[in-house]
Design a protein around this ligand. Sequence first.
Ligand code: FEO
Length: 408
Amino acid sequence: MNITKVVDNTYKLSVNLEDMLFEGLWEIPNGVSLNSYIIKGEKTAIIDGVCGWDGVPESLFKLLDELDIELKSIEYLIINHMEPDHSGWIEDFRKIHPDFKVVCSQESADLLEAFYDHTDNIMVVKDNNTLDLGNGHVLEFVKIPNVHWPDTIATFDRLTGTLFSCDAFGSFGKTGENSFDDMLNQEEIDFFEKEALRYYSNIVASFSLPVKKAIEKASTLPIKIIAPGHGIVWRKNPKKIIDDYIRYANYQKGPAKEKISIIWGSMYGMTEMAVKEVAKILENEGMEYDMYQVPEASWGTLLASVWESTGVILAMPTYEYKMFPPMAAALEEIAKKKAFGKKAFRLGSYGWSGGAQRELDDLVNRCKLNWDFIEPVEFKGSPKDEDLQRIEEQVLKLIEEVKKAVNA
Ligand code: FEO
């Protein structure tokens, strides 16, 4: 756990999670931070008590000592969002300090009872309610439902202009002492931008509409600092992460970056032969692209790439009259994240029977993906010269479509 000062009388307590799957599902190759914040007015509040993922650690007491904060003086535990990565230590905290009040939305209160059987000392707040901690720290609560659960609120300190935004404006990537944008060089900022995209596409992409509404709401506040529940604090340029999130939310409609994601799988190397040719064409044409082989690729990273790509190439063989199964699984996940409106092309091999295309068409229609496919190329066994010629024509066509969509 590390503690850093955000601004006068406001501190960040963070722990990093590594070597685990976030939400039991998502790979986090670069870890993720869980951030809590302490605000010291005449009364003290902790926002999102996540600082001990496995309970309240001894190190917390040491840190409170350093800040000259007595445990008993913590009057409020503000829970912006009940998901356990923001509330997981509440019961442990109650064992050592039973008198604090939980401040949260009604939806969070219901979940607290369901998850922890916690019903005591709960102060339910509504949109724009305030809590005066004294010494000028007046906290305003802003409902931002579905970023990422229906219960979510953000907390705004009117004195310091700090928005404690919970999952909104968060990113993957572990943080250290220098977890503020004003302490990072460009390379480090770029790293967190990539981690923010992966976080967005994995965790909140399905809720892009609520994200837009939350951003509209936040824009009415005089924000000076954005302090999210995951990732770095934006103290020098909060507009940067707001603009990035607006961009990510807008990608959901389709046109995104001038980029193509290739998702491919191959049983015996026949489809792979064609994929290698596709990569050469994209290279020669100077088109930015990523390639992900299924089932080996991390879904989280694949999703991030698809989310920011305007074009997608799906390359897979027919398998027992259907799509190569890991491709079907990856597409189902992409569909759940509502990555709509891509320009797309499919190619692949078949042996004794086709059928992959039929299943793909069904999935795209069923999930209302609204992907705009150009005519596919299927070949029996290995790709012959005429197949590769046809594939080249179609890839060039896709590149044209991608450029047209981005520059429309
Ligand atoms: Fe970071 Fe939705 O929890």
